[in-house]
Design a binder for this molecule. Sequence first.
Ligand code: C2O
Ligand code: CU
Ligand code: CU
Length: 516
Amino acid sequence: MTSALPLPPPPPVAPRPRRRRGLVAVLIAVPLIATVAGGAIWFATNSGRPTPPAAGTVAFVEPLRVPELAPSRVEDGVRVFELEAQTGASALAPQGETPTLGYNGAHLGPTLVAERGERVRVDVSNGLADETTVHWHGMHLPAAMDGGPHTTIAAGESWQPEWTIDQPAASLWYHPHLHGRTREQVDAGLAGMFVVRDDEESALALPRTYGVDDVPLIVQDRSFNVDGSFAGGLGLQFDGVLGDTILVNGTITPYFEATTERVRLRLLNGSSARMYDFTFADGRDFDLIATDGGLLPSPVSSSSVPLSPGERAEIVVAVTPGESVVLRSEAPDPALHAGGAAFDVMELRAAASLTPSPEVPDRLADVPPPDASGAVVERTFVMSGHEINDREMAMDRVDFTATVDTSEVWTVRNENPLPHSFHVHDTQFRVLSVDGAAPPAHLAGFKDTIALEWNREYRLLVRFDDYADPTTPYMYHCHLLWHEDQGMMGQFLVVEPGQAPDLKRPEGDTDDRHDH
Ligand code: C2O
Ligand code: CU
Ligand code: CU
């Protein structure tokens, strides 16, 4: 097994000159080399990290872009969406047009909305000059519809995943999952939100007018070259690509004009590596109402909510007429070793007169306490370097097989004093404990992705319902996308009791993959 790490403690954060927007990001990484279990990790000191301008220095001049709602039609009882992955150019930064990728447009993708109980199909076409996949992050669905690295769509080809929405109302998202190249395609702009609604959530007095008082915020950090193109250089960052410019829904220096007394923000950390700790500049409290997999039992009055790449949170914030308040990120919890200092994300500007909003209800959803008594298997996942349990992802290796309609208890540990996270496909898990203690509120609901503090033990209750398939695997991985690409991922099959695994389509087999 993995031995203790001979890593030095992370270096202190050096004071840094203020960087003006528009300057080319120059990556001056000071690499250190550490040997871990025979391998080597390169990582940078904090002073080499691209960092957004310090909090309080940004002028918010661009109206927030709000992704369009994806149109759909109902065909034989199936709600059908169309998504085309496209290349394009986007006016994002003052430097010039940025070559980007998007769905149904030049950058990012529309928001899909579907109801629990609906049968949905997405007609995905690949208009890129390159292969891709589309993964429905957070969705409970058959493995063959999950859009993992085995379900590639060649350039010019299409794919029609179809499934029944069967999970609570939640803010999910979609993005490519090409083995080894997820970061590249997500950072180029392939990402969008998928909002699931249900009767329980719809019956609550919560803001839900899309783009008015219910607003998706896809938060990403990128850097730009002098010609306006995204600077994608990995440099020698341990965690992958960090940017010096924050984009929300593809908008730099965004402001949102609130016209209601309360606004629901669906926060998605769509960044490939950066961790955030969302807060308001004046420290005001807001209501945390939902995490990755849906509503919390009751709103949790909070002044900050941390999100690692891939995680979501829904918050409801109250504003008063005529005021402005900045949504910012504080430095992430030092225990995550994600570095950085506070920076601005977006400004909320309240109109001079606001439409009244109801109070956030005291009760939101039935979220029973997790009960691990029926769990049939225990597994341990040790995250170290770019490996899980001392192994890198192999497309032709199944790491384990789970039985459908059973629960398991997973113990997950990050052995590096460096940022990692843990994401599981198909399921929304529950955090049983963190170092033996009950999880904090933001980890107490349904989750599909969690940040891992160094050397803490996370015990998860993971359930695999409904869908067995001995041939197509689901993935679990670090959601720092460069780590995932480097192989910090594994795959599992969910099978019927006694069914033998029969993994299809090993690495390199690029044919015969659009037939389901
Ligand atoms: Cu957001 Cu395996 O994915
Ligand atoms: Cu996922
Ligand atoms: Cu990682």
